[in-house]
Write a protein that binds this ligand. Structure first.
Ligand SMILES: [Ca+2]
Ligand SMILES: [Ca+2]
Length: 181
């Protein structure tokens, strides 16, 4: 045990603790889960910051994500190139925001990004339709979905421009926190 090679330098671990809501122990546990997803890809030595990404197909199969209808969007939003393939940093960020320790504002900010399917910084009627369809797991008819979208837009579109800005969305979350789940 004594001269076992460390996965991270002391500084790296400090930095991860500063950037996430995790303790050193939780970071190590997540690292080993990340490593375990693709052992042939992810080295056990990160001290030289290897340029590694785990493919979305593996990330999306994790128990925390596999039943989430937004898993692909979540992975896209947290991956640095938007393709869902994740570096260790992306991976730790994602779990940090999903953790119970993350404040509601931060969760709302990422939920907004996840629901903004076309990445234009607004949730428009089309984004909302995708969101409601996924939230209800495709159990509603197209008519029911558009009724809900109309109602949400009606109630949440504070400046009446026909789409939700981050601010509109944050105000909506205050009234209906269910949207964060
Ligand atoms: Ca959008
Ligand atoms: Ca608006």
């Amino acid at each position: 045990m004594g001269n076992k090679q460390a996965v991270f330098t002391h500084e790296q671990l400090e930095a991860y603790q500063d950037c996430t809501f995790f303790t050193r122990k939780e970071i190590m546990r997540l690292f080993y889960r990340y490593q375990d997803l693709a052992p042939q890809l992810v080295p056990l030595d990160y001290t030289s910051c290897p340029d590694v990404k785990v493919p979305y197909e593996l990330i999306g199969s994790m128990p925390e994500l596999k039943d989430n209808p937004f898993r692909q969007r979540i992975a896209q939003v947290f991956s640095e190139d938007g393709d869902g393939h994740m570096t260790l940093d992306n991976f730790l960020d994602m779990f940090s925001v999903m953790s119970e320790m993350a404040p509601r504002d931060l969760k709302a900010y990422y939920a907004f990004k996840i629901y903004d399917f076309n990445n234009d910084d607004y949730i428009c009627a089309w984004d909302l339709e995708q969101t409601v369809t996924k939230l209800t797991r495709g159990e509603l008819s197209a008519e029911e979905v558009s009724l809900i979208c109309e109602k949400v837009l009606d109630e949440a579109d504070g400046d009446h421009d026909g789409r939700l800005s981050l601010e509109d969305f944050q105000n909506m979350i205050l009234r209906a926190p269910d949207f964060l789940r």
